[in-house]
Design a protein around this ligand. Structure first.
Ligand SMILES: NC(=O)c1ccc[n+]([C@@H]2O[C@H](COP(=O)([O-])OP(=O)(O)OC[C@H]3O[C@@H](n4cnc5c(N)ncnc54)[C@H](OP(=O)(O)O)[C@@H]3O)[C@@H](O)[C@H]2O)c1
Length: 270
C-alpha cells in the first residue's frame, strides 16, 4: 500500500537504519529523505543526501529518526536541529538519553524539541523486529501513536515508563540477535567438530535456530516448556543441557553478558 507511512527524515542508514527502512519500504512509505554517506540504492520517490547541508529546506518530515552511532550524535544534531521545530525526533541510538538529546537540540537552537527514544533490533528488516520505546511526559499521545504506527510496521512494539530500563532493553533485545547468531555459529562449528560436512553443519544449525524461533513465536508457548518438550529423560538433549545449564555455564555467562552490555549502554550516555 503506497504511502501508508508518513514522510520521514532518516538520519543514518547503516545496519539499523537500513533494517528499519527495508521494513518501511515494504509497507509503503510516503516520499522520504535519507541522510547517509554510503547508500546509493534507495528507490524513488525517496531521496538520499550525503550531508546535512544538502537536505531540502522545504522538506517537512512527520518524524525524524536518528540512527547514527551514538558517538556521532554531537556532530550531526546541530545540522538537523531546525527540522525538530516541527516534527518529533525518534532516536534509536543506544545509551543517548532523552534529556541529553533535548539539551543538545536546545543548544543547537531548537529548545523544547520532542525526543522519543526507541531500541529496535535488526530483525526489523524482515518485519520481525522488537522495539521498546520511552517517551517523556512532554510527548503527546499523537507523537507516541506515530512512533507505534511506524515501528509496528517492522515488528512488535513495547513502551516502558522508566527510561533507566532502556539500558537493559538494549542489552537483551537490541544486541540480542547477535547472541542468537553466535549460537548458530557455535552449533555449526561443534557439528563440524563431530564429523559433519561443513555445508550440512551450517544448514542444520541455521535452520534449527530459525525454526525454533518460529515455533516459539507461532505457538506462544513458554521457552522453558518448549525446551522440556525436546528433553526426554536420559536422552541426548538432557546430556547436552546438563552441560549448558550447569550454574557456571550458560546461566552465569548470559547474566554476565547482559550485565556487560547494560553497563556499556549506561557508559554511552555519559
Ligand atoms: N546494529 C544494531 O543491531 C542496532 C540495534 C539497535 C540499535 N542500534 C543503534 O542504531 C544506531 C546505528 O547503528 P548501526 O549499527 O546501524 O550503525 P552504522 O551501520 O554505522 O550506520 C550509521 C550510518 O550513518 C552514517 N552517518 C553517520 N554520520 C553521518 C553524517 N554526519 N552524515 C551522513 N551519514 C552519516 C554512517 O556513515 P559512516 O560509517 O561513514 O559514519 C553509517 O552509514 C546506533 O546508535 C545503535 O546504537 C543498532
Amino acid at each position: 500500500m503506497a504511502g501508508s507511512l508518513p514522510p520521514l527524515l532518516l538520519v543514518g542508514c547503516g545496519q539499523m537504519g537500513g533494517a528499519m527502512l527495508a521494513g518501511w519500504l515494504a509497507d509503503g512509505l510516503a516520499p522520504s529523505v535519507i541522510l547517509d554517506r554510503h547508500r546509493d540504492d534507495i528507490p524513488a520517490p525517496h531521496s538520499v543526501v550525503r550531508q546535512a547541508s544538502d537536505l531540502p529546506d522545504d522538506f517537512a518530515p512527520a518524524l525524524i529518526i536518528l540512527a547514527t552511532k551514538p558517538q556521532k550524535a554531537a556532530e550531526i544534531l546541530p545540522s538537523i536541529a531546525h527540522f525538530a521545530r516541527h516534527a518529533p525526533i525518534l532516536s534509536v541510538m543506544a545509551g543517548k538519553t532523552v534529556g541529553g538529546l533535548t539539551a543538545a537540540l536546545a543548544e543547537a537552537g531548537t529548545p523544547g524539541a520532542t525526543v522519543i527514544r526507541a531500541m529496535p533490533n535488526t530483525p526489523s528488516a524482515v518485519g520481525q523486529g522488537m522495539t521498546v520505546c520511552f517517551a517523556p511526559p512532554t510527548a503527546t499521545e499523537a507523537d507516541r501513536a506515530l512512533c507505534t504506527r511506524l515501528l509496528s510496521a517492522v515488528g512488535d512494539v513495547a513502551w516502558v515508563a522508566d527510561e533507566a530500563q532502556m539500558d537493559a532493553v538494549t542489552a537483551v533485545s537490541g544486541s540480542g540477535p547477535a547472541y542468537v547468531f553466535l549460537l548458530a555459529e557455535l552449533m555449526e562449528q561443534a557439528g563440524i567438530a563431530q564429523g559433519l560436512p561443513a555445508d550440512l553443519a551450517r544448514r542444520i544449525a541455521r535452520r534449527t535456530v530459525s525454526g525454533a524461533g518460529a515455533l516459539m513465536e507461532q505457538s506462544g508457548i513458554d521457552a522453558a516448556e518448549l525446551r522440556r518438550r525436546v528433553t526426554s529423560p536420559g536422552g541426548t538433549t538432557q546430556q547436552a543441557l546438563e552441560v549448558l545449564m550447569a550454574p557456571q555455564a550458560w546461566p552465569a555467562t548470559m547474566e554476565q553478558a547482559i550485565a556487560a552490555a547494560t553497563r556499556r549502554a549506561r557508559e554511552l550516555a555519559s
